[in-house]
Design a protein around this ligand. Structure first.
Ligand code: FES
Length: 123
């Protein structure tokens, strides 16, 4: 299987890389099997994700899927964003070879953790 145009675009030009000071939610995940690691930051306004950034130490597939995940989540109500799945991300990136599909799991998991962090953050 060949990598899609979206894959190369997001791997070579990842969107929303960085951190957010005073983030409303932070989510971190790692895959112990390969050592890849993803951390995301979200800023929330009126329960919508107004800003989302990420840093990833990982393979090209982890970087590309993390990048596209931020574009999918940006602007969504947190309830909608929490429903973004591994499959949503995999479809958006145009699929991945079977042995790289686990790489797309980091994005949805980190986003979910950031949303949980936002929802349950003490005021
Ligand atoms: Fe582990 Fe890609 S090889 S996330």
């Amino acid at each position: 299987m060949k990598y899609s145009e979206q894959f190369w675009d997001h791997f070579l030009h990842p969107r929303n890389v960085g951190t957010i000071q005073h983030a409303d939610g932070i989510g971190t995940v790692g895959d112990p099997a390969c050592g890849d690691f993803l951390k995301i930051w979200i800023k929330v306004k009126n329960d919508h994700i107004s800003k989302i950034t990420f840093k990833c130490k990982g393979c090209p597939a982890a970087i590309a899927t993390s990048s596209i995940m931020t574009e999918i989540a940006q602007g969504k109500h947190v309830d909608q964003a929490a429903q973004i799945t591994d499959e949503t991300i995999l479809d958006a990136i145009g699929g991945l070879p079977e042995n790289k599909q686990h790489c797309s799991n980091l994005g949805a998991s980190a986003l979910y953790k950031a949303i949980i962090n936002y929802v349950f953050k003490p005021v």
